[in-house]
Design a protein around this ligand. Structure first.
Ligand code: URP
Ligand code: ZN
Ligand code: ZN
Ligand code: ZN
Length: 461
């Protein structure tokens, strides 16, 4: 097999510019990027990719594979989940550890997730720690976790393992001290609980009531609260996950304009789908938290992407099958598992709706899908760029190819796609993971277990 791989004449983009260049790969790493590269060695495979775009592979820093949410277990494991990612041009994921037994140590969950991912993942992976309670022991475990390559931790302000304000504050302080980034699912749990109880008592439990139980002010309030707690916690860095609305973005902008260390993630569902989907007969397919919002919010998020106040697009892939896991709860959103699939379509949807429609430059696309995730989560410069020596994690887009999405388009284990019926202009036709072809024209060509755990570096500005 060829030892050198030479990708010639593509439009090559990273987070700061795009131009026609050749890219040479050797032993799984970027060996050269230049206007014209010629290799005389016999053992060189040369591909002419004229007319195609060559970009750093996608990094999805928000997935939930293999997760047990109590009322259900997600249908994608680390094999089907990463296979799906690879087919959509994503070459690394950072998954969220699930909740462990009450009171368990941070290392317990790390072991559980290492077991679940090794010999399964087809692309490289890491994990976010999840803080399910705070006590002295947990605070003491944070530094050794960072030393073990886990340099970000998620706090939930709602669901069963929610932290109260005092525990969130303690977590922020200690995580800042040990060199970790705090990420937060911000929603006001008390207001949600009251809304749910009232709606349930009135028999209002079909999918259209799900968004009414979690109005955008629930989310925006919790964003503002966390921003202020982070500021008080010795200016701890804070990453807001899955932003769904413009008011929350305004609070984040206020902090960012005052140089506070706040970063914002949104997801394709909040950019492309609105709350009218809950009116459909299959509205439960779209039950997730935060919920889809009114269509006016979508433009505000697109504005945030183009002006740089949103830093990352990730997916929050958390898949449950429609027939077996979601549809049986059509009549009661409080029993329907929350979450939707999406890891495969993040890159194609954002490319089509962003780059091809002129809302994002190619470099902005790279920044949102690969460079910023790598920088914030300690993967750079091994990932997220085309620097010499970086891993040859690459995606090649064909801007001419158009694809209509249906429930069979994706390679996950879910039986539906929330994006069925949409179409994409431009498609990822090849994905390379450390120089190995893992997807070609919609076919998975990788290997179960080929992915490696990435010990991430501590958080640094
Ligand atoms: O509804 C969602 N988003 N489920 C996944 C867990 C989370 O909140 O991120
Ligand atoms: Zn344990
Ligand atoms: Zn969440
Ligand atoms: Zn999530």
């Amino acid at each position: 097999s060829a030892r050198y791989l030479l990708l010639k004449n593509g439009l090559v983009a990273d987070h700061h510019d795009a131009s026609q260049r050749d890219v040479l790969v050797f032993k799984g790493k970027i060996a050269a990027v230049a206007e014209s590269i010629d290799v005389s060695a016999l053992d060189c495979l040369t591909l002419d990719i004229s007319g195609l775009y060559l970009l750093p592979g996608g990094i999805d820093v928000h997935t939930h594979f293999n997760i047990d949410v109590g009322i259900a277990k997600s249908c994608d494991d680390f094999y089907s989940g990463t296979r799906s990612a690879a087919c959509g041009g994503t070459t690394s994921i950072v998954d969220h550890m699930g909740f462990g037994p009450k009171g368990c140590s941070l290392f317990h969950q790390l072991e559980v997730y290492q077991q679940a991912a090794q010999n399964k993942a087809v692309i490289d992976y890491s994990f976010h720690g999840v803080i399910q309670h705070i006590d002295e022991e947990i605070l003491q475990q944070m530094q050794p976790m960072v030393n073990a390559g886990i340099s970000s931790f998620k706090l939930y302000l709602t669901y069963d393992y929610k932290l109260d304000d005092g525990d969130a504050y303690r977590a922020l302080k200690q995580l800042k001290k040990v060199g970790a980034l705090t990420t937060v699912h911000p929603e006001n749990d008390a207001a949600i609980a009251i809304n749910r109880a009232q709606l349930s008592a009135a028999g209002k439990t079909t999918p259209e009531y799900h968004p009414l139980s979690r109005p955008l002010e629930c989310e925006a309030e919790a964003i503002a609260r966390m921003i202020n707690l982070a500021k008080m916690a010795d200016d701890a860095p804070l990453y807001i996950v899955h932003l769904s609305n413009g008011l929350g973005l305004e609070y984040a902008r206020l902090a960012i304009n005052q140089q506070q260390k706040v970063w914002v993630e949104t997801c394709p569902q909040y950019l492309l789908l609105d709350d009218s989907y809950y009116q459909r007969e299959d509205g439960e397919k779209f039950i997730l938290s935060p919920p889809l919002r009114a269509s006016a919010e979508l433009n505000k998020l697109w504005q945030g992407l183009s002006d740089g106040s949103i830093d990352v697009v990730a997916t929050d892939h958390c898949s449950f099958t429609w027939r077996e896991q979601k549809q049986p709860h059509h009549n009661d959103f409080t029993r329907c598992p929350n979450g939707i699939p999406g890891v495969e379509l993040r890159m194609p949807l954002l490319f089509s709706e962003g780059v091809m429609k002129g809302r994002l430059s190619l470099s902005q696309f790279v920044s949102l899908t690969s460079y910023q995730p790598a920088k914030l989560f300690g993967l750079y410069p091994q990932k997220g760029c085309l620097e010499l020596g970086a891993d040859a994690d690459l995606v090649i887009f064909d801007p001419q190819q158009s694809v209509s999405i249906n429930d069979d388009t994706t390679h996950d284990a879910c039986d539906y796609s929330p994006y069925s019926g949409l179409s994409c202009q431009g498609w990822p036709v090849m994905t390379f993971s450390r120089g190995a072809l893992v997807s070609l024209n919609g076919q998975f060509t990788g290997q179960e277990g080929a992915g490696r755990f990435i010990a991430r570096k501590p958080f640094k500005l």
